[in-house]
Design a protein around this ligand. Structure first.
Ligand code: URA
Length: 432
């Protein structure tokens, strides 16, 4: 069939007038994206940003961007798709792609992936690395000596089959149209649009080809979505794309008003993940892993996969399949130079600028010679709402660097925390 031909000027004009595009028109823009000059594409994106897209347009844009490059088909159960029956997935443990919209101290994937693999799911994930002040799973895993994210598709698929988990760095081949549009949005103040964010995230997930997409949508001072109403709007949009395109999508909105767990920093976060997998730590990271996994299986099974040690064994198998040496990891980070911040009076932590903490940890990890200090970061001993007694440790800064760097980071972290004498309630972890 011959493709219809349109003119980008007419299409910009159509959206400025607030009219909806046909599927053909959306596909024309995406199929011709390399021939449309940046100034016209920016005008098109801006018109879309201001006038919005309806459900059908958003779904078609998502599909078109997903198919603008390579699409991995791992194993699909389209014929069995039944969003009204969550049991269908339970009896049919397929390929799961878990995605976080980005947070501080977010090491959930490190724990959740082996938990799900131990329960019989196949966990496939492309990691794009950190975005701004958030830390990427890829960076955390790079703190493990020998670990490689450089898997070609053949090895990626073989490892999913043999081990049940594979995590590779995102390549240029997937959803290139999203990459182009995202780069322009970044430079034209048009990032914060619910249909554009939803279609951007989902196009990459569709290209990665899983049966089930599990999204941890972060909301709070350390997230893209700062308030509950915008997080809920994004959740609605993502679920609508899922139902328009017949994809099994589960979305949970979780709190990002303080760093997740106690550790922020690459190796420190891997250590926290290992403690949870070893059954030694049950904190908010653990609780969030349970909440996310129990979108797919009963909570009792999730707890058992940790308590029985099966998830920890799966983690070891996964790391060594990608060349990582956990023994060396333990030796390397056994004694990281550190500095404690001690409370000088009784108090509560009332709030934390999560974004500032993320930035401080990222800066501390970046050495002057541009190499990375994977040992750098901070461990919080107290969370918002927990009473702090005079003389107790509030947080500890870590870095294999000069004492001065630790002291500077400590002073900056203090600036990012608001202490109070009045009792503060404990924040909710999940927003309904
Ligand atoms: N992450 C993405 O991949 N795309 C967006 O638009 C925003 C966050």
């Amino acid at each position: 069939m011959m493709e219809s031909s349109y003119n980008i000027i007419d299409l910009i004009d159509k959206k400025i007038k607030g009219l909806a595009y046909s599927n053909d028109e959306i596909n024309w823009v995406i199929n011709n994206i390399d021939t449309i000059p940046d100034f016209q594409l920016s005008a098109w994106v801006t018109a879309v940003f201001i006038k919005g897209l309806d459900k059908k347009e958003t779904a078609e844009l998502t599909r078109a961007m997903a198919y603008s490059g390579h699409v991995l088909t791992l194993k699909r159960h389209d014929d069995e798709f039944n969003p009204g029956n969550p049991e269908a997935l339970i009896s049919n443990r397929g390929f799961v792609d878990k995605h976080s919209t980005g947070g501080v101290g977010d090491k959930v994937s490190l724990v959740l992936s082996p938990v799900l693999a131990a329960l019989g799911f196949k966990v496939s994930k492309f990691s794009g690395g950190s975005l701004g002040y958030t830390g990427g799973t890829a960076d955390k895993l790079n703190s493990i000596p020998g670990f490689s994210l450089d898997l070609d598709i053949k090895r990626f698929e073989a490892q999913i089959k043999d081990v049940g988990i594979a995590l590779a760095s995102q390549t240029e081949d997937y959803a290139p149209a999203d990459k182009k549009i995202y780069a322009l949005r970044d430079k034209t103040a048009t990032v914060e649009s619910v249909p554009l964010i939803a279609s951007s995230v989902m196009s990459k997930k569709i290209a990665a080809g899983a049966d089930t997409i599990l999204i941890d949508l972060k909301c709070g001072s350390g997230a893209f979505m700062k308030d509950k109403s915008s997080a809920k709007a994004l959740k609605k949009e993502i679920l609508s794309i899922g139902s328009e395109l017949k994809l099994d999508v589960r979305v949970l909105i979780s709190n990002m008003d303080q760093p997740l767990g106690y550790a922020v920093g690459n190796a420190l976060e891997v250590q926290e993940a290992i403690e949870i997998l070893d059954g030694k730590l049950k904190n908010d990271t653990y609780d969030l892993v349970l909440e996310l996994a129990s979108q797919l299986v009963p909570k009792s099974e999730v707890i058992d996969s940790i308590e029985s040690g099966k998830a920890a064994v799966k983690f070891d198998e996964w790391i060594s399949a990608q060349g990582g040496d956990l023994k060396k990891f333990t030796e390397t980070y056994k004694e990281i130079p550190n500095l404690d911040f001690i409370a000088t009076e009784d108090a509560y932590m009332k709030s934390i600028s999560c974004e500032m903490i993320g930035n401080i940890a990222n800066r501390l990890a970046l050495k002057t010679d541009a190499t990375k200090d994977y040992s750098a970061g901070v461990i919080f001993h107290k969370k918002i709402g927990e009473p702090i007694k005079k003389g107790e440790k509030v947080f500890t800064v870590y870095a294999s660097q000069e004492k001065e760097n630790l002291e500077n980071a400590m002073a900056q972290i203090v600036e990012a925390i608001y202490f109070s004498h009045s009792k503060t309630s404990l924040p909710k972890l999940i927003f309904k």
